[in-house]
Write a protein that binds this ligand. Structure first.
Ligand SMILES: [Zn+2]
Length: 87
């Protein structure tokens, strides 16, 4: 259902918070930038564990956001190249 509110369009188009509410339904408030949760459900700025080497569980950097994203880019590129018909 379309809600009739005065919120700006950037808010209306924002990704929705997927946290489960006490009634069992997803929260559906706009998620904060770059996160999957709204400001009430852990999406607030400064929330969460430190990134990369500042995180206490850091070992060798193989699983940092950057490293994972790099592998993903490479995989996607490889997949793209494989789909090319080189016959
Ligand atoms: Zn939420």
């Amino acid at each position: 259902m379309q809600r009739m509110t005065e919120e700006p369009s950037s808010l209306r188009l924002a990704r929705r918070c997927g946290a489960r509410t006490r009634s069992g339904t997803p929260c559906c408030s706009p998620a904060t930038k770059g996160k999957a949760r709204c400001r009430m459900h852990g999406g607030a700025a400064g929330h969460g564990a430190p990134r990369n080497e500042r995180n206490g569980n850091y070992r060798h950097g193989r699983y940092t956001c950057e490293a994972i994203a790099e592998r993903r880019r490479f995989r996607d590129l490889l997949r793209m190249v494989r789909t090319l018909d080189l016959a």
